[in-house]
Design a protein around this ligand. Structure first.
Ligand SMILES: *Cc1c(COP(=O)(O)O)cnc(C)c1O
Length: 392
Protein backbone atom coordinates (compact mmCIF):
# COMPACT_ATOMS: atom_id res chain seq x y z
CA UNK A 1 0.00 0.00 0.00
CA UNK A 2 1.22 3.50 -0.72
CA UNK A 3 1.36 6.18 2.00
CA UNK A 4 -1.57 7.87 0.28
CA UNK A 5 -3.90 4.87 0.57
CA UNK A 6 -2.89 4.41 4.22
CA UNK A 7 -4.71 7.65 5.03
CA UNK A 8 -7.99 6.63 3.41
CA UNK A 9 -10.81 5.46 5.64
CA UNK A 10 -11.97 1.87 5.74
CA UNK A 11 -15.16 2.49 3.73
CA UNK A 12 -13.07 3.87 0.88
CA UNK A 13 -10.48 1.09 1.07
CA UNK A 14 -13.30 -1.50 0.97
CA UNK A 15 -14.33 -0.18 -2.44
CA UNK A 16 -10.99 0.87 -3.92
CA UNK A 17 -7.97 -0.90 -2.37
CA UNK A 18 -5.97 -3.32 -4.48
CA UNK A 19 -7.54 -2.59 -7.87
CA UNK A 20 -5.16 -2.51 -10.84
CA UNK A 21 -6.83 -1.62 -14.17
CA UNK A 22 -5.85 -3.48 -17.31
CA UNK A 23 -5.23 -1.75 -20.64
CA UNK A 24 -9.00 -2.12 -21.33
CA UNK A 25 -9.86 0.52 -18.71
CA UNK A 26 -12.57 -1.61 -17.05
CA UNK A 27 -14.34 0.05 -14.10
CA UNK A 28 -15.20 -3.16 -12.20
CA UNK A 29 -12.43 -5.61 -11.28
CA UNK A 30 -11.66 -8.41 -13.76
CA UNK A 31 -11.68 -12.14 -13.08
CA UNK A 32 -8.35 -13.44 -14.36
CA UNK A 33 -9.04 -17.01 -15.45
CA UNK A 34 -5.54 -17.90 -16.53
CA UNK A 35 -3.61 -20.71 -14.87
CA UNK A 36 -0.23 -19.47 -16.07
CA UNK A 37 1.40 -16.25 -17.27
CA UNK A 38 3.70 -15.38 -20.16
CA UNK A 39 7.21 -13.97 -19.70
CA UNK A 40 8.87 -11.50 -22.08
CA UNK A 41 11.94 -13.69 -22.35
CA UNK A 42 13.86 -16.51 -20.67
CA UNK A 43 15.69 -14.12 -18.33
CA UNK A 44 12.42 -12.67 -17.04
CA UNK A 45 11.06 -16.19 -16.43
CA UNK A 46 14.21 -17.07 -14.50
CA UNK A 47 14.03 -13.86 -12.43
CA UNK A 48 10.38 -14.48 -11.49
CA UNK A 49 11.05 -18.09 -10.47
CA UNK A 50 14.07 -17.02 -8.44
CA UNK A 51 11.88 -14.46 -6.66
CA UNK A 52 14.10 -11.60 -7.88
CA UNK A 53 11.32 -9.91 -9.82
CA UNK A 54 7.68 -9.58 -8.75
CA UNK A 55 4.85 -10.64 -11.05
CA UNK A 56 2.65 -13.54 -11.96
CA UNK A 57 3.94 -17.05 -12.50
CA UNK A 58 1.17 -19.59 -11.97
CA UNK A 59 -2.28 -19.20 -10.40
CA UNK A 60 -1.68 -21.73 -7.62
CA UNK A 61 0.16 -18.89 -5.87
CA UNK A 62 -0.07 -15.75 -8.04
CA UNK A 63 -3.32 -14.50 -9.58
CA UNK A 64 -4.28 -10.84 -10.12
CA UNK A 65 -7.91 -11.21 -8.93
CA UNK A 66 -6.86 -13.13 -5.83
CA UNK A 67 -4.19 -10.48 -5.19
CA UNK A 68 -6.75 -7.67 -5.37
CA UNK A 69 -8.88 -9.46 -2.76
CA UNK A 70 -5.81 -10.03 -0.57
CA UNK A 71 -4.72 -6.40 -0.73
CA UNK A 72 -8.21 -5.11 -0.01
CA UNK A 73 -8.69 -7.39 3.02
CA UNK A 74 -5.17 -6.59 4.32
CA UNK A 75 -6.03 -2.88 4.07
CA UNK A 76 -9.29 -3.38 6.01
CA UNK A 77 -7.66 -5.52 8.74
CA UNK A 78 -4.74 -3.04 9.01
CA UNK A 79 -2.28 -5.82 8.20
CA UNK A 80 0.82 -5.73 5.99
CA UNK A 81 0.06 -8.91 4.10
CA UNK A 82 -2.79 -11.30 3.28
CA UNK A 83 -2.91 -14.82 1.87
CA UNK A 84 -6.23 -16.01 0.43
CA UNK A 85 -7.03 -19.71 0.70
CA UNK A 86 -9.59 -22.20 -0.58
CA UNK A 87 -11.60 -22.22 2.69
CA UNK A 88 -11.55 -20.96 6.26
CA UNK A 89 -10.31 -24.38 7.37
CA UNK A 90 -7.42 -24.32 4.89
CA UNK A 91 -6.50 -20.85 6.21
CA UNK A 92 -6.32 -22.31 9.72
CA UNK A 93 -4.47 -25.44 8.57
CA UNK A 94 -1.94 -23.43 6.51
CA UNK A 95 -1.28 -21.09 9.44
CA UNK A 96 -0.53 -24.02 11.76
CA UNK A 97 1.55 -25.89 9.16
CA UNK A 98 3.52 -22.73 8.41
CA UNK A 99 4.25 -21.77 12.01
CA UNK A 100 4.58 -25.15 13.77
CA UNK A 101 6.61 -28.34 13.71
CA UNK A 102 6.46 -31.70 15.52
CA UNK A 103 6.86 -31.17 19.27
CA UNK A 104 5.19 -27.74 19.28
CA UNK A 105 2.17 -26.90 21.40
CA UNK A 106 -0.92 -24.68 21.01
CA UNK A 107 -3.13 -23.15 23.69
CA UNK A 108 -6.62 -22.70 22.30
CA UNK A 109 -9.98 -21.51 23.48
CA UNK A 110 -12.39 -24.40 23.99
CA UNK A 111 -15.20 -22.40 22.34
CA UNK A 112 -14.10 -22.48 18.71
CA UNK A 113 -15.56 -23.73 15.43
CA UNK A 114 -16.20 -27.50 15.69
CA UNK A 115 -14.03 -28.45 12.70
CA UNK A 116 -11.13 -26.46 14.18
CA UNK A 117 -11.55 -28.49 17.40
CA UNK A 118 -11.33 -31.66 15.29
CA UNK A 119 -8.17 -30.39 13.55
CA UNK A 120 -6.51 -29.58 16.87
CA UNK A 121 -7.66 -32.67 18.78
CA UNK A 122 -7.53 -35.42 16.18
CA UNK A 123 -5.44 -34.47 13.16
CA UNK A 124 -2.52 -32.29 14.32
CA UNK A 125 -1.54 -34.72 17.15
CA UNK A 126 -0.71 -37.31 14.44
CA UNK A 127 2.05 -34.90 13.34
CA UNK A 128 3.29 -34.29 16.89
CA UNK A 129 1.47 -30.96 17.45
CA UNK A 130 -0.63 -30.92 20.62
CA UNK A 131 -3.20 -28.52 22.06
CA UNK A 132 -4.40 -27.58 25.53
CA UNK A 133 -7.96 -26.20 25.55
CA UNK A 134 -8.92 -23.47 28.04
CA UNK A 135 -12.02 -21.42 28.82
CA UNK A 136 -12.08 -18.34 26.61
CA UNK A 137 -12.36 -15.80 29.43
CA UNK A 138 -10.23 -17.56 32.09
CA UNK A 139 -6.99 -15.58 31.68
CA UNK A 140 -5.21 -17.47 34.49
CA UNK A 141 -5.94 -20.71 32.64
CA UNK A 142 -4.39 -19.27 29.44
CA UNK A 143 -1.25 -18.30 31.41
CA UNK A 144 -1.02 -21.64 33.18
CA UNK A 145 -1.42 -23.65 29.98
CA UNK A 146 1.62 -22.04 28.33
CA UNK A 147 4.66 -24.37 28.25
CA UNK A 148 8.15 -23.91 26.82
CA UNK A 149 7.00 -25.79 23.66
CA UNK A 150 3.97 -23.49 23.20
CA UNK A 151 4.24 -21.47 20.00
CA UNK A 152 0.82 -19.86 19.71
CA UNK A 153 -2.48 -18.98 21.34
CA UNK A 154 -5.67 -19.35 19.28
CA UNK A 155 -9.18 -17.99 19.80
CA UNK A 156 -12.44 -16.72 18.34
CA UNK A 157 -14.23 -13.78 19.90
CA UNK A 158 -17.22 -13.58 20.13
CA UNK A 159 -17.46 -17.34 20.59
CA UNK A 160 -19.90 -19.56 18.75
CA UNK A 161 -22.73 -20.00 19.72
CA UNK A 162 -22.68 -18.33 23.18
CA UNK A 163 -21.10 -15.01 22.04
CA UNK A 164 -18.63 -14.86 24.94
CA UNK A 165 -16.07 -12.09 24.48
CA UNK A 166 -12.35 -12.31 25.29
CA UNK A 167 -10.11 -9.31 25.87
CA UNK A 168 -7.75 -9.46 22.86
CA UNK A 169 -5.34 -6.86 24.32
CA UNK A 170 -4.99 -8.87 27.52
CA UNK A 171 -4.41 -12.15 25.64
CA UNK A 172 -1.86 -10.45 23.36
CA UNK A 173 0.04 -9.34 26.49
CA UNK A 174 -0.09 -12.87 27.94
CA UNK A 175 1.18 -14.32 24.63
CA UNK A 176 3.91 -11.73 24.07
CA UNK A 177 5.20 -11.79 27.68
CA UNK A 178 6.24 -15.34 26.93
CA UNK A 179 7.32 -14.83 23.29
CA UNK A 180 4.28 -16.60 21.80
CA UNK A 181 2.02 -15.56 18.93
CA UNK A 182 -1.66 -14.65 19.24
CA UNK A 183 -4.00 -15.76 16.45
CA UNK A 184 -7.60 -14.56 16.23
CA UNK A 185 -10.30 -16.04 14.00
CA UNK A 186 -12.20 -12.81 13.20
CA UNK A 187 -15.03 -14.47 11.29
CA UNK A 188 -17.91 -13.27 13.50
CA UNK A 189 -16.93 -9.60 13.68
CA UNK A 190 -15.09 -8.97 10.40
CA UNK A 191 -12.76 -5.93 10.22
CA UNK A 192 -15.84 -3.70 10.26
CA UNK A 193 -16.58 -4.47 13.92
CA UNK A 194 -13.19 -5.50 15.34
CA UNK A 195 -9.52 -5.06 14.41
CA UNK A 196 -7.52 -7.75 16.29
CA UNK A 197 -4.15 -6.73 14.76
CA UNK A 198 -4.59 -3.22 16.20
CA UNK A 199 -5.33 -4.79 19.60
CA UNK A 200 -2.05 -6.75 19.52
CA UNK A 201 -2.87 -10.01 17.70
CA UNK A 202 -0.19 -11.29 15.31
CA UNK A 203 -2.44 -13.01 12.80
CA UNK A 204 -6.11 -12.75 11.85
CA UNK A 205 -7.92 -15.63 10.17
CA UNK A 206 -11.12 -15.51 8.15
CA UNK A 207 -13.67 -17.87 6.80
CA UNK A 208 -14.58 -15.65 3.83
CA UNK A 209 -17.53 -18.03 3.35
CA UNK A 210 -19.41 -16.11 6.02
CA UNK A 211 -19.80 -12.32 6.16
CA UNK A 212 -17.08 -11.41 3.61
CA UNK A 213 -19.16 -13.05 0.89
CA UNK A 214 -22.26 -12.37 2.92
CA UNK A 215 -24.65 -14.01 0.50
CA UNK A 216 -23.88 -17.70 0.99
CA UNK A 217 -22.33 -18.35 -2.43
CA UNK A 218 -18.64 -19.31 -2.16
CA UNK A 219 -16.28 -21.11 0.22
CA UNK A 220 -12.98 -19.36 0.92
CA UNK A 221 -10.59 -18.17 3.61
CA UNK A 222 -7.81 -15.72 4.36
CA UNK A 223 -4.86 -15.08 6.66
CA UNK A 224 -3.73 -11.52 7.50
CA UNK A 225 -0.61 -10.45 9.39
CA UNK A 226 2.93 -9.14 9.10
CA UNK A 227 5.06 -9.61 5.99
CA UNK A 228 7.60 -11.58 7.98
CA UNK A 229 5.14 -14.18 9.31
CA UNK A 230 3.11 -14.51 6.13
CA UNK A 231 5.74 -14.31 3.39
CA UNK A 232 8.39 -16.39 5.16
CA UNK A 233 6.29 -18.96 6.99
CA UNK A 234 2.82 -19.30 5.49
CA UNK A 235 3.26 -18.46 1.79
CA UNK A 236 5.43 -21.59 1.23
CA UNK A 237 2.49 -23.71 2.45
CA UNK A 238 0.18 -22.08 -0.11
CA UNK A 239 2.73 -22.42 -2.90
CA UNK A 240 3.58 -26.04 -2.11
CA UNK A 241 0.33 -27.26 -0.55
CA UNK A 242 -1.92 -25.63 -3.14
CA UNK A 243 -4.71 -24.46 -0.80
CA UNK A 244 -5.52 -21.87 -3.48
CA UNK A 245 -8.56 -19.59 -3.71
CA UNK A 246 -10.12 -19.63 -7.18
CA UNK A 247 -10.16 -16.30 -9.09
CA UNK A 248 -13.95 -16.47 -9.38
CA UNK A 249 -14.36 -16.86 -5.62
CA UNK A 250 -11.82 -14.07 -5.02
CA UNK A 251 -13.93 -11.80 -7.24
CA UNK A 252 -17.14 -12.65 -5.33
CA UNK A 253 -15.38 -11.94 -2.01
CA UNK A 254 -13.84 -8.71 -3.18
CA UNK A 255 -17.20 -7.43 -4.39
CA UNK A 256 -18.56 -8.61 -0.99
CA UNK A 257 -15.99 -6.42 0.79
CA UNK A 258 -17.41 -3.35 -0.99
CA UNK A 259 -20.72 -3.68 0.89
CA UNK A 260 -19.37 -5.32 4.07
CA UNK A 261 -19.57 -2.21 6.22
CA UNK A 262 -23.21 -1.36 5.45
CA UNK A 263 -24.21 -5.01 5.68
CA UNK A 264 -22.55 -5.47 9.09
CA UNK A 265 -24.27 -2.36 10.43
CA UNK A 266 -27.63 -3.69 9.21
CA UNK A 267 -26.93 -7.18 10.66
CA UNK A 268 -26.14 -5.55 14.03
CA UNK A 269 -29.29 -3.40 14.02
CA UNK A 270 -31.54 -6.35 13.19
CA UNK A 271 -29.83 -8.63 15.72
CA UNK A 272 -30.17 -6.01 18.47
CA UNK A 273 -33.93 -5.69 17.87
CA UNK A 274 -34.39 -9.46 17.87
CA UNK A 275 -32.24 -9.99 20.98
CA UNK A 276 -34.23 -7.34 22.87
CA UNK A 277 -37.53 -8.88 21.75
CA UNK A 278 -36.39 -12.39 22.76
CA UNK A 279 -35.31 -11.13 26.19
CA UNK A 280 -38.88 -9.96 26.86
CA UNK A 281 -40.51 -13.30 25.94
CA UNK A 282 -41.84 -15.82 28.46
CA UNK A 283 -40.81 -18.90 26.44
CA UNK A 284 -37.18 -17.77 26.55
CA UNK A 285 -34.93 -18.82 29.43
CA UNK A 286 -31.87 -16.77 28.48
CA UNK A 287 -30.52 -14.66 25.59
CA UNK A 288 -26.85 -14.50 24.58
CA UNK A 289 -26.02 -11.31 22.68
CA UNK A 290 -23.12 -8.90 23.36
CA UNK A 291 -25.37 -5.90 22.68
CA UNK A 292 -27.57 -6.65 25.72
CA UNK A 293 -26.69 -5.17 29.09
CA UNK A 294 -27.37 -8.61 30.58
CA UNK A 295 -24.37 -10.01 28.64
CA UNK A 296 -21.51 -10.75 31.07
CA UNK A 297 -18.94 -8.95 28.88
CA UNK A 298 -21.22 -6.13 27.71
CA UNK A 299 -18.71 -3.44 28.74
CA UNK A 300 -15.78 -5.17 27.04
CA UNK A 301 -17.84 -5.66 23.86
CA UNK A 302 -18.68 -1.94 23.81
CA UNK A 303 -15.02 -1.09 24.06
CA UNK A 304 -13.45 -3.76 21.83
CA UNK A 305 -16.06 -3.96 19.07
CA UNK A 306 -17.84 -1.22 17.13
CA UNK A 307 -21.02 -3.33 16.96
CA UNK A 308 -22.38 -6.43 18.67
CA UNK A 309 -22.61 -8.60 15.54
CA UNK A 310 -25.29 -10.64 13.82
CA UNK A 311 -25.31 -13.82 15.91
CA UNK A 312 -27.95 -14.18 18.62
CA UNK A 313 -28.38 -17.34 20.68
CA UNK A 314 -31.14 -18.12 23.17
CA UNK A 315 -32.37 -20.95 25.33
CA UNK A 316 -36.02 -21.94 25.20
CA UNK A 317 -37.74 -23.45 28.23
CA UNK A 318 -38.41 -27.17 27.78
CA UNK A 319 -35.05 -28.46 26.52
CA UNK A 320 -34.39 -30.23 23.24
CA UNK A 321 -38.02 -31.08 22.48
CA UNK A 322 -39.13 -27.48 22.82
CA UNK A 323 -36.15 -26.27 20.76
CA UNK A 324 -36.87 -28.73 17.95
CA UNK A 325 -40.60 -27.87 17.98
CA UNK A 326 -39.72 -24.19 17.78
CA UNK A 327 -37.34 -24.72 14.84
CA UNK A 328 -39.85 -26.91 13.01
CA UNK A 329 -42.54 -24.23 13.36
CA UNK A 330 -40.36 -21.54 11.78
CA UNK A 331 -41.55 -20.42 8.33
CA UNK A 332 -39.21 -17.66 7.16
CA UNK A 333 -35.76 -18.37 8.61
CA UNK A 334 -33.74 -21.14 6.93
CA UNK A 335 -32.83 -24.25 8.93
CA UNK A 336 -29.14 -24.40 8.06
CA UNK A 337 -25.89 -24.28 9.98
CA UNK A 338 -24.34 -21.58 7.77
CA UNK A 339 -24.08 -18.04 9.09
CA UNK A 340 -23.23 -14.54 7.95
CA UNK A 341 -25.76 -14.56 5.10
CA UNK A 342 -28.30 -11.95 4.04
CA UNK A 343 -30.86 -14.70 4.72
CA UNK A 344 -31.47 -15.38 8.44
CA UNK A 345 -30.68 -18.90 9.60
CA UNK A 346 -31.68 -20.97 12.62
CA UNK A 347 -29.70 -23.88 14.12
CA UNK A 348 -29.91 -26.28 17.06
CA UNK A 349 -26.20 -26.35 18.08
CA UNK A 350 -26.37 -29.37 20.43
CA UNK A 351 -27.51 -31.74 17.63
CA UNK A 352 -25.72 -30.12 14.65
CA UNK A 353 -22.58 -27.96 14.96
CA UNK A 354 -21.81 -29.35 18.44
CA UNK A 355 -23.14 -32.94 18.03
CA UNK A 356 -19.66 -34.44 18.55
CA UNK A 357 -19.50 -33.20 22.16
CA UNK A 358 -20.22 -35.72 24.92
CA UNK A 359 -22.98 -34.70 27.36
CA UNK A 360 -20.27 -33.79 29.87
CA UNK A 361 -18.36 -31.60 27.37
CA UNK A 362 -21.61 -29.97 26.25
CA UNK A 363 -22.58 -29.19 29.83
CA UNK A 364 -19.10 -27.75 30.49
CA UNK A 365 -19.28 -25.57 27.36
CA UNK A 366 -22.81 -24.39 28.13
CA UNK A 367 -24.30 -25.89 24.94
CA UNK A 368 -27.65 -26.73 26.52
CA UNK A 369 -30.32 -28.89 24.83
CA UNK A 370 -32.71 -25.91 24.67
CA UNK A 371 -30.18 -23.62 22.96
CA UNK A 372 -30.98 -22.14 19.53
CA UNK A 373 -28.62 -20.03 17.40
CA UNK A 374 -29.78 -17.37 14.97
CA UNK A 375 -27.64 -15.76 12.33
CA UNK A 376 -29.69 -12.64 11.79
CA UNK A 377 -29.85 -11.62 8.14
CA UNK A 378 -31.06 -8.54 6.33
CA UNK A 379 -34.81 -9.23 6.11
CA UNK A 380 -37.05 -6.68 7.89
CA UNK A 381 -36.70 -7.20 11.65
CA UNK A 382 -40.49 -7.08 12.05
CA UNK A 383 -40.94 -10.07 9.72
CA UNK A 384 -38.28 -12.04 11.58
CA UNK A 385 -39.84 -11.20 14.95
CA UNK A 386 -43.31 -12.18 13.69
CA UNK A 387 -41.91 -15.52 12.50
CA UNK A 388 -40.19 -16.19 15.84
CA UNK A 389 -43.39 -15.14 17.63
CA UNK A 390 -45.66 -17.51 15.71
CA UNK A 391 -43.20 -20.40 16.32
CA UNK A 392 -43.18 -19.93 20.11
C1 LIG B 1 -17.10 -21.50 9.14
C2 LIG B 1 -16.01 -21.17 10.07
C3 LIG B 1 -14.70 -21.65 9.85
C4 LIG B 1 -14.37 -22.57 8.70
O1 LIG B 1 -14.53 -21.95 7.47
P1 LIG B 1 -14.87 -22.72 6.10
O2 LIG B 1 -14.86 -21.62 5.11
O3 LIG B 1 -16.20 -23.39 6.30
O4 LIG B 1 -13.79 -23.71 5.90
C5 LIG B 1 -13.72 -21.27 10.73
N1 LIG B 1 -13.97 -20.47 11.80
C6 LIG B 1 -15.22 -20.01 12.04
C7 LIG B 1 -15.45 -19.14 13.23
C8 LIG B 1 -16.28 -20.34 11.20
O5 LIG B 1 -17.51 -19.89 11.47
Amino acid sequence: MTDETKQLSADTLAVRAGQVRSQEGEHSELIFTSSSYVFANAAEAAARFAGDSPGNIYSRFTNPTVRTFEQRLAALECGESCIATSSGMSAILSTFLGLLKAGDHIVSSRSIFGTTVNLLSNILPRYGITTTFVDLTDYEAWKNAIKPETKLLFLETPSNPLTEIADITKLAEIAHDDGKLLIVDNCFCTPVLQLPLKLGADIVIHSATKYLDGQGRCVGGAIVGSDSLLKEHIFPILRTGGVTMSPFNAWVFLKGLETLSIRMQAHCQNAQKIAEWLESQKFVEKVYYPGLESHPQYALAQQQQSGAGGIVSFEVKGGKEAAWNFIDSIKLLSITANLGDTKSTITHPRTTTHHRLTDEQAAKSGIKPGLIRLSVGLEAAIDLINDLDQAS
